[in-house]
Structure formats: C-alpha cells, structure tokens
Design a protein around this ligand. Structure first.
Ligand code: ADP
Length: 174
C-alpha cells in the first residue's frame, strides 16, 4: 500500500514518513528533500528550483511530475511519500494508487514557532508566511479530495514526535 503523509510546513511530515517507512521496511520519498538536493545543482533545473524555493513558491507542476516520475520509476515496491501531492492537479494526475493519507494537523501559530526553531536555510519569516499562505490556498483542497475517497486519516500533529508517531501507528491497520 502506498502511503502519503501530508501536513503544513513544520507538521513533521518528513520525520513521520521516515519513521513509518523504516517500520514498514519501505522506501521513503520526500519531495522537499529531493528539491533541496536539486536546488544545489549547477544546472538549469537546479537554478529554476532554487528560485522557486527561495521565494517560498511551489515548484511548477510539470517539473514536479518529471522529478517524481523519475524517482518513483526506480521503485517497484510500495512506499511512503511526503511533500507530494501538493496541488489538486498533482493529486488528480493519479501517478500512483493511493492507499492511506495521513494528515498531520497543527495550527499556523505552531507551524511558525517550529519552523523558526529548525532554522533551515529556506525558513526565513517572510518565506514561511508565504509558504503557509500557499499551503492553505493550493494544498488544503487536496484534503477534501481524499476525504471523499475515504482515504484521509486526520492526526493531531501537535504532540512530540513519538506521540504523533504512536497516533499514526494506531490508525495504520484500521
Ligand atoms: P515545507 O513543507 O516546509 O515547505 P518541504 O521540505 O516539504 O518543506 O518542501 C520544500 C520546498 O520544496 C517547498 O517549499 C516547494 O518549493 C518545494 N516542493 C516540495 N514538494 C513539492 C511539490 N510536490 N510540488 C511543488 N513544489 C514542491
């Protein structure tokens, strides 16, 4: 079963996807991690991606499809993915059959506090505000899409890494 971990910036989706993939012995794909690596490349696509990320924008859907296709093409098993899909267009393209979607919920206030603490290079206050705005606008509509399909599992993401992980495990076999 292919599992998606969703949530706003700072919700811990990459951390939880990593834990879950290890537990299930499946590959973990994080488009955020992939894009941070691509942005360091001295190439046309590297510069393009870096520009998007520096301004807090999403990378355009066509580039994202190419990147995700390339990474998923190598994987024959199930997997745990975070950071994709991030727009309704990405979700509706149906690149892979979706089993479960875990949605880690936290407030904007908590997201901002956590992001300022982690001090990643793309986490300046202006960029954080822009990313949250885009999250509400472009990514949140996906939740309804999966909810209607009965695939969405809402998780309180406000606790510690371990608390959130345990909530996910409780719902894994429902
Ligand atoms: P965050 O959730 O904190 O924004 P991520 O590590 O998930 O962090 O992503 C970092 C950046 O990578 C995003 O701000 C965006 O520019 C880009 N990105 C990641 N996944 C996608 C995607 N599916 N579509 C478009 N852009 C993406």
């Amino acid at each position: 079963m292919k599992i998606i971990i969703m949530g706003p910036q700072g919700s811990g989706k990459t951390t939880q996807a990593d834990l879950l993939s290890k537990k299930l012995n499946l590959p973990h794909i994080s488009t955020g991690n992939i894009y941070r690596a691509v942005a360091k490349e001295d190439s046309e696509i590297g510069r393009k991606v870096k520009n998007y990320m520096d301004s807090g924008d999403l990378v355009d859907d066509e580039t994202t499809f190419q990147i995700v296709d390339r990474h998923l093409g190598e994987i024959k098993s199930d997997f745990v993915i975070d950071g994709f899909p991030r727009t309704l267009i990405q979700a509706k393209r149906g690149i892979f059959p979706v089993g479960k979607v875990f949605y880690l919920q936290i407030s904007d206030q908590q997201a901002i506090e956590r992001l300022l603490l982690r001090k990643r290079l793309d986490d300046t206050p202006e960029v954080i505000a822009e990313r949250l705005k885009i999250y509400h606008q472009d990514t949140e509509p996906i939740l309804e899409y999966y909810r209607k399909q009965g695939k969405l599992i809402e998780i309180d993401g406000s606790g510690t890494v371990e608390e959130v992980y345990n909530l996910i495990l409780q719902k894994l076999n429902d």
